[in-house]
Design a protein around this ligand. Structure first.
Ligand code: BT5
Length: 243
């Protein structure tokens, strides 16, 4: 791992690297920063209790643990910074047209190649950030129903990629971006996203509606126009509608 002082924990199998990271924060006194990576997750987690398919050796299933010390706004910027970091790294390496979708998905031609799950843990009045990143790298196919919504670097390039090279590049860029965290990261995020200006379907629990995605606010909210009114969204799933 390049130039940083991250402690690497490599696991052959774990339920979820985020869950492992949370336990580590609670149990350990010497607290990192850490990078935890697993060959295989038996219960990889998405948002809202959803599962993240993590087949053995086929992707980067990882969590970064950082001491937070961040304001509410800085937490939102951190979320965008992680997506920007992964997107820029993979674009540079593969030249693929990767794009960002709010809140933190990375897509190629509308299919998901990376998901990010950021969680926090409190210990002794300190807040720790657990940044979970799942990147599909060498899968040749996906089980139904994911086959219509997910993709991997192998599927897009017909090339087998070295997970360790990708990990090293991500950590090095993450370190830089994290040290220079500012609201400018939202401008970078917007330049990597194809969703602004498009009609979207928003799903929030049982509630679904259509709107136009117009902007990202400084606090991380997705700004949409709906029936002539501007609204800020802080949670939900967004599907881009192709005209
Ligand atoms: C996410 O959730 O996209 C966050 C995924 C974070 C995974 C990483 S892996 C390392 C770390 N440890 C963990 O336990 N988690 C993190 P969400 O937006 O809720 O998307 C979940 C949905 O994506 C699922 O319901 C499926 O529809 C789909 N999905 C599941 N596995 C996938 C995969 N490998 N590739 C693409 N889509 C997938």
């Amino acid at each position: 791992m390049p130039d940083s002082n991250y402690k690497l924990i490599q696991l052959e199998e774990v339920d979820s690297t985020n869950e492992y990271a949370k336990k580590l924060v609670v149990q350990e006194d010497n607290r990192g920063p850490y990078v935890i990576i697993a060959d295989h997750q038996t219960r990889g987690k998405g948002r809202l209790g959803r599962l993240w398919e993590s087949p053995r050796g086929m992707g980067l299933w990882m969590s970064i643990i950082l001491k937070s010390g961040r304001s509410h706004e800085e937490m939102a910027w951190t979320n965008f910074m992680v997506s920007v970091t992964v997107c820029e790294t993979l674009r540079e390496l593969t030249r693929l047209p990767l794009e960002l979708k709010w809140p933190n998905d990375i897509l190629i031609n509308g299919k998901k190649i990376c998901g990010i799950l950021m969680e926090t843990v409190n210990k002794n009045r300190e807040v720790f950030l657990i940044i979970g990143i799942g990147i599909n790298i060498n899968q040749q196919n996906f089980p139904e129903p994911l086959d219509s919504t997910a993709t991997s670097l192998f599927i897009e390039t017909q090339t087998v990629w070295d997970r360790w090279i990708i990990l090293a590049k991500i950590i090095s860029r993450f370190d830089d971006n994290n040290a220079n965290l500012s609201p400018e990261i939202i401008t970078r995020w917007k330049s990597l996203s194809g969703m602004l200006g498009h009609r979207v379907t928003v799903v929030q629990g049982n509630h679904t509606f259509e709107a136009i995605a117009t902007d990202i606010a400084k606090d991380g909210a997705l700004v949409v126009e709906r029936n002539g009114r501007t609204e800020k969204l802080y949670a939900g799933d967004v599907h881009i509608l192709v005209n």
